[in-house]
Write a protein that binds this ligand. Structure first.
Ligand code: ARG
Length: 439
């Protein structure tokens, strides 16, 4: 059954019918679609557009559809154009003529807009929850591992940091990710129900009532805007892309750190895989997949940005193409957050090797320069003196702390016995604001 058959002289082409059908994709909106319809009908009754018996019959019918879907007695599939046609046709089949009144003062254009906003709000809350779980695991792992390790810039050893501080950097990134999603949720918190196809309706409906019943802050201000923008999806997909960028950087570090070359961490067997030919291999597939899937989430964002860029107001069928990218973006982000939480939870830090690595690469050179500054040497001069000391150390294959006081003094008479405590890799973390690295 078509919702719009009246003005057509010919049957729809079969190929066109399946080309046009979105049920396989938008079936996941069934709960939101029925919830939206229930609020709509309740408002129609209150506004005296439907009589109470009519409205109640529709409400009963919609609820019975919902129950049957939940009990798997009714499957959401078949030859329907979309989720709206599925629900409306099933309603009419169940309750008869009265069912045909459900769509009074409504269009599928405001209907889909409200479904998507409800779904996006719900899913954003799931993403926030998954971010919080990962943050908890990062914090726990960080607190258990106040281990010194090399910090890098340009992937060259730079200065001593702690594994704790390194992990907590991601905690902060995720905190901003959470705020970004919360902000996006606030901005999209307006109900498009009542915009109709694009121009509202001549019925005296009450958009405040439906907005409130559906948990929105208020109705949208402009009808054309309400049915035709998908910026709220784009904004969430931008937020998810940034989450994925963060997860991808963390994945990249886990991949590097778990290599023989670094050997800083061990990713649990449960999140690694082997090779079909090389018996010794243990590959960090979970982290690589997260890094790889980041590309997909970016792709989804660009796909919808591109779909939207040239569309005149108001609704165009192009916009049906918002579903696959949005669903894929949110599903992928959620599953990556979940996996990353577990990778972090089961991660083993290789303390011995991290501490050993700190000793190669002159990671205390900046501390030596700071020491000279404290003795009154201008920083630029101190930098140059330490540069010469580093060349000397390289030539003699020694760390700065392995030089004798005599050797050190030959570069600067300001260096005294207290230098060894000052450049000690552990002790230096108790000086100045470096305490933050161990707190
Ligand atoms: N399936 C459509 C979508 O997802 C719903 C709105 C259809 N409206 C219309 N006038 N064809 O965008």
């Amino acid at each position: 059954m078509k919702l719009w058959g009246g003005r057509f002289r010919k049957e729809e082409n079969k190929l066109m019918e399946s080309f046009n059908s979105s049920l396989a994709i938008d079936k996941r909106l069934v709960y939101e679609d029925i919830t939206g319809s229930l609020s709509h009908v309740n408002m129609l009754i209150k506004s005296k557009i439907l009589t109470e018996p009519e409205g109640n019959k529709i409400i009963e019918g919609l609820n019975s559809i919902l129950t049957d879907i939940e009990n798997k007695e009714l499957l959401v599939n078949g030859d329907y154009e979309d989720i709206h046609s599925f629900v409306e046709t099933n309603l009419i089949n169940r309750i008869g003529e009265t069912g045909k009144k459900l769509h009074t003062a409504r269009s599928r254009n405001d209907q889909i807009a409200v479904d998507m906003r409800l779904y996006a709000k719900k899913k954003s809350a799931d993403v926030i929850e998954a971010i919080e779980l990962l943050q908890n695991n990062l914090k726990m792992k960080a607190d258990e591992n106040v281990i010194i390790m090399p910090g890098y810039t340009h992937l060259q050893r730079a200065q001593v940091v702690t594994f704790k501080h390194h992990l907590m950097a991601y905690f902060q990134m995720l905190d901003r990710d959470k705020t970004r999603i919360e902000n996006a949720k606030t901005l999209m918190d307006e109900s498009p129900l009542g915009c109709g196809a694009l121009a509202g309706t001549t019925h005296n409906i009450n958009r405040d009532t439906t907005a409130k019943a559906l948990g929105f802050e208020k109705p949208v201000t402009n009808f054309l805007d309400g049915v035709s923008d998908r910026d709220y999806l784009l904004e969430l997909m931008s937020c998810f892309s940034i989450v994925m960028m963060h997860l991808s950087r963390l994945s990249e570090e886990l991949i590097l750190w778990s290599s023989q070359e670094f050997n800083f961490v061990e990713i649990d067997d449960a999140f690694s895989t082997g090779s079909s030919i090389m018996p010794q291999k243990r590959n960090p597939d979970a982290a690589e997949l997260i890094r790889g899937k980041t590309g997909r989430v970016y792709g989804s964002l660009f796909s919808l940005l591109t779909t939207m860029k040239g569309l005149p107001l108001a609704y165009n069928k192009d916009m049906q193409e918002d579903k696959e990218p949005f669903f894929d973006s949110v599903d992928t982000t959620l599953s990556c957050l979940e996996i990353m939480s577990q990778i972090i939870d089961t991660l083993k830090a290789n303390k011995e090797n991290m501490e050993k690595s700190v000793r190669k690469g002159f990671l205390n050179a900046t501390e030596l320069a700071d020491y000279l500054v404290k003795k009154g040497v201008p920083f630029r001069d101190a930098h140059s003196v330490v540069g010469s000391i580093v060349i000397y150390c390289e030539d003699n294959e020694k760390g700065i702390e392995e030089l004798s006081l005599e050797e050190l003094k030959s570069f600067s008479s300001d260096i005294n016995e207290d230098i060894y405590a000052y450049i000690d890799y552990h002790k230096s973390l108790n000086r100045g604001i470096k305490k933050t690295l161990i707190e």
